[in-house]
Design a protein around this ligand. Structure first.
Ligand code: NAD
Ligand code: WQD
Length: 344
């Protein structure tokens, strides 16, 4: 029988790619999204690409009644939980919004799962839980030290999920905590991708909007970091590799005996860091477009370097990121070029 997976935040950047990968792998998909940072058109394109339907519920994960109906109507086997707010700067201005949406939203989801006796969850965590790490690369045993409200919501949710899986807890939850590094890229069709509203917070959407002429130049936040060229270094990972990691984590949870408590964190990164200027130059070379930039002061809260030790996911999930930087940057550009105004 085909297993049905609930994807929260399914219309979002990573969630839409996950819906597509699940459909292509033969799962049935139910997606819930309140569309606060996305567009239902993303899911129309997912249906088109997959040649299969999925069920979409426009709703909020904090709405217990809506979740109750959803679990009553569909035989959910496991949940991929992407729904959440993710802008670090906004979380510093409106911390309560983030605790309400991310933490209370997750509690509401877990309560609905408990009522429906669904115990398998894959959670979108973030390398941001490591804070300012002491060593590179970062492995999963590094201490958790999130330093902004957004990061703290992820850390709190991780801790809450860990508690659900303690041997003393009675319910036998089975949880994968996937700590993403820097997701970029888009499906190779150029039909689905990242569609940030307003001024992009993240590097790649900013770069593609400059390349498209929507913005004049890229601010490069600091060139005096202790890195090879002075600009910040990150571990960029193709969104398709990232969602492949989710499928591998799902398969891992599916092998566990029901009722056996399990909670494990896995880094999803490539293990390779690139600087901001390397990203800009490679983007220009691969896509044949110019990306003017200006060196600006450092951005508050940025670490100099951050890249993953992804060996645990390789050993335990049989997962490695396969797509190289050129592919990430070509796919990001194809999406932006084909959809200058995103889904609007
Ligand atoms: P996104 O904003 O594109 O997707 C999140 C989706 O959740 C959006 O479609 C939004 O409308 C929906 N949503 C938010 N709150 C909701 C609620 N209360 N009820 C229902 N739907 C709700 O972001 P993304 O980049 O796809 O990120 C997905 C997840 O991965 C998030 O939890 C994010 O924190 C996490 N993450 C993202 C990154 C990144 O750089 N993109 C890195 C690490 C972790
Ligand atoms: C990457 C590099 C910037 C924009 C953030 C969140 C993190 C996670 C991923 C969710 C840095 C530089 C950026 C620009 C620039 N999200 N930059 N000009 O900061 O590693 O991580 O997104 O969990 O929590 O903090 O990613 O893409 O913002 O920045 O120079 O306009 O690009 O300084 O060195 P970051 P990013």
């Amino acid at each position: 029988m085909t297993a049905t997976i609930l994807v929260t935040g399914g219309a979002g950047y990573i969630g839409s790619h996950a819906c597509l990968a699940l459909l292509q792998a033969g799962y049935a998909v139910v997606a819930i999204d309140n569309l606060c940072n996305s567009h239902a058109r993303a899911l129309e394109r997912v249906r088109q690409l997959a040649g299969r339907d999925l069920h979409f519920v426009q709703g909020d994960i904090r709405d217990a009644a809506a979740l109750g109906r959803l679990f009553a109507d569909h035989p959910i086997a496991a949940v991929m939980h992407f729904a959440g707010l993710k802008a670090v700067g906004e979380s510093c201005k409106k911390p309560l919004l983030y605790y309400d949406n991310n933490v209370l939203g997750t509690i509401s989801l877990l309560q609905a799962m408990e009522r429906a006796a669904v115990k398998r969850l894959i959670f979108s965590s973030s390398a941001t839980v490591y804070g300012f790490p002491e060593r590179m690369p970062i492995d999963e045993e590094a201490p958790l030290a999130a330093y902004n409200p957004y990061g703290r919501t992820k850390q709190m949710i991780e801790q809450m999920l860990g508690d659900l899986c303690l041997p003393t807890a009675q319910d036998g939850w089975q949880v994968a905590l996937l700590r993403y590094f820097n997701p970029v890229g888009a499906h190779e069709s150029g039909m689905i991708g990242e569609d940030p509203g307003g001024i992009p917070n993240n590097l790649l959407p900013y770069v593609t909007q400059v390349a498209a002429g929507r913005r004049e130049w890229l601010p490069v936040f600091g060139n005096d970091y202790p890195t090879a060229d002075g600009t910040g270094v990150r571990d960029y990972i193709h969104v398709l590799d990232l969602v492949d990691g989710h499928l591998k984590a799902l398969q891992k949870l599916e092998t566990l005996p029901e009722g056996e408590g399990f909670c494990r964190a896995w880094n999803l990164g490539t293990g390779q860091g690139y600087s901001v200027l390397e990203m800009v130059r490679t983007f220009e070379q691969v896509n044949g477009v110019a990306v003017p930039y200006r060196i600006m002061p450092r951005r508050d809260g940025d670490v100099a370097s951050c890249w993953a030790d992804a060996s645990r996911a390789k050993t335990e999930l049989g997962w490695v990121a396969k797509r190289d930087l050129a592919t990430m940057l070509a796919d990001s550009w194809r999406w932006q070029h084909n959809n200058p105004d995103g889904y609007r």
